[in-house]
Design a protein around this ligand. Structure first.
Ligand code: THU
Length: 135
């Protein structure tokens, strides 16, 4: 595995350790790498009112912005879960990521067995609905 992928997958795995998922017991982690090497980690957070759950990918992106980082600086994004094949983001997360990531920004899908698939939003969400272009 390329060094940069190893680095972001490790961070996503660390994010996953923070998961609050007592209902599904399905822990998900995510990470965003900025151009200066900073990595922001996140996890899924569930709620007794199940619909209020928020996925790791969205929490990571919202946390990054909330902490004052610039989403334009994101050079790579990763998500990890304990799945047979590298985990694939849900539709809602694809739409949210599309708001902030460039269509060709590498997205590393990973699992706990060191399998990865590197993709991007062009592949994950073609014909994206966007109101704003190049913001
Ligand atoms: N989940 C994520 O964190 N990311 C996804 O892309 C799909 C699902 C979470 C939500 C919930 O806490 C658990 O996984 C089971 O659906």
């Amino acid at each position: 595995m390329k060094e940069e992928y190893k680095l972001i997958v490790k961070a996503a795995k660390e994010g996953r350790e923070r998961s609050y998922s007592p209902y599904s017991k399905f822990k998900v982690g995510a990470a965003a790498m900025l151009k200066d090497g900073t990595i922001i980690k996140g996890c899924n957070i569930e709620n007794a009112s199940f619909g209020l759950t928020c996925c790791a990918e969205r929490n990571t992106m919202f946390s990054l912005i909330t902490q004052g980082y610039d989403y334009h600086d994101i050079v790579m994004f990763a998500v990890i879960a304990d799945t047979k094949d590298p985990v694939s983001p849900c539709g809602a997360c694809r739409q949210v990521l599309a708001e902030f990531l460039k269509p060709d920004t590498p997205i590393v899908l990973a699992n706990m067995h060191d399998d990865i698939k590197v993709t991007n939003l062009k592949e994950l969400l073609p014909y994206t609905f966007l109101e704003l272009e190049n913001v």
